[in-house]
Design a protein around this ligand. Sequence first.
Ligand code: SAH
Ligand code: SF4
Ligand code: F3S
Length: 462
Amino acid sequence: MKKSSISCGQQDFSSVLELSLELTKNYDHIPLCYIHTYGCAQNVSDSEKIMGLMKECGYSFTDKVENADLIIFNTCAIRENAEAKVFGNIGELKRLKENNKNLVIAVCGCMTQQKHIADRIMESYHQVDIVFGTYGAEKLPQMILDVLRENKRVFAICENGDLMSESLRQLRSDKIKASIPIMYGCNNFCSYCIVPYVRGRERSRELDAVYEEAKSLVEQGCKEITLLGQNVNSYSYGFVELLKKINSIDGDFRIRFLSSHPKDASKELIDAIIDLPKVAKHLHLPLQSGCDEILSAMNRRYTTNDYMRIVSYARERKPDFSFSSDIIVGFPGESYEQFCQTKEFLREVKFDNIFSYVYSRRSGTKAAELRDNISDSQKGLWLRELILDQRETATNWLSRFVGMTLVVLPDMEGRTGEGWLAGKSDENIIVEFKGGKSLIGQFVRVKITKAMNWALLGEIDK
Ligand code: SAH
Ligand code: SF4
Ligand code: F3S
């Protein structure tokens, strides 16, 4: 098979329809696409755009990889184990490729935006036909055609571009909950993090474009809209303004957003969460560490005091205010004592939920150059310790809701038993209660009867 690198601007066809006809004539059936998305909500939203494009090109979708004519892996680079999983899964595709010469395999996203990864796939994973990064997805149909017609491999890693261009519309499979990207990229360069290198600098979408998209989703019956960005508070046209504008849309729905950076989290943001009725009463505010020296080495640009000021303001205004967070355990040079400061700080803040990870070295980042003398297995023990501690805090803290009525949007059957439903409350807490499946996708008022460490149990409030 020939190797090739195409330039980022190449496109032979003037309309998607023309391209679609060219593509589908390679098959005697409706071609099927299988897409596996790794990583965060941003990637899920990008995959929905890719699916929208492939649908326009005449493809249908399958969740059985062995039935696919086109396999797409949209990858994540945030931690080493995320990358290892992708390589493992690509390896398994070799067998499918041997059985079906017409199968096209594409790998894209944050992982392949890194040159050393794209090179490794080029050299060692010949079953992969197409590699692109976080830019240029709109050229995927053209790339597929090049593979099918000319039997060549296409590597198209662009350094910049209009990420997931505005022209691509998301194909959303979930009609109840939808996400809208409001900005792409990140300018923060936290010293451990690969995102600014693979997603480029911050670019915000126009406020009106986001508003119109939200309005149309609500008109189609969507009940929960999540606004996405690596740091939504630095949305160029004013994040609180955007919240107000979306809050003014008529309809029964709620607004969530991900993620906020503590250095930019303002009192106005807390006020907006508390005062705007459609904004869910919860803030995911990644802390990363509860030790000031480590925060500084991480280049987070806030102290534990700054963080606590936000928490205190929120809890003065609303004592049961719900926070969740992300924590990294075992940053290079972190001592056990410094780790214990994080554990202690989590107890003070009282988070309902945390996502915690062992630090993973990302080549190209500042922290990758630091000396690290604690083993991964030791860090794994610290992580366990933190999780157990947090579980205890959460169980106690979640009990503040017992006796209260929360608004829940059930979206699946519950784990508790037959006839139970599960969904998130406004406070972003999993609530399970007994109810008929017809309630799925509707807001339900649930009176809380019991707190566990992972969820609340309750009954419908009549
Ligand atoms: N922009 C978001 C986070 C995106 S990444 C924010 O700043 O909140 C999601 C989480 O992955 C981060 O909050 C961090 O806790 C974790 N993470 C990022 N890089 C990591 C690394 N190198 N090792 C371990 N965890 C990491
Ligand atoms: Fe990474 Fe920091 Fe940007 Fe979040 S804010 S994506 S952790 S660099
Ligand atoms: Fe992963 Fe890229 Fe998201 S690195 S966490 S998929 S922005």
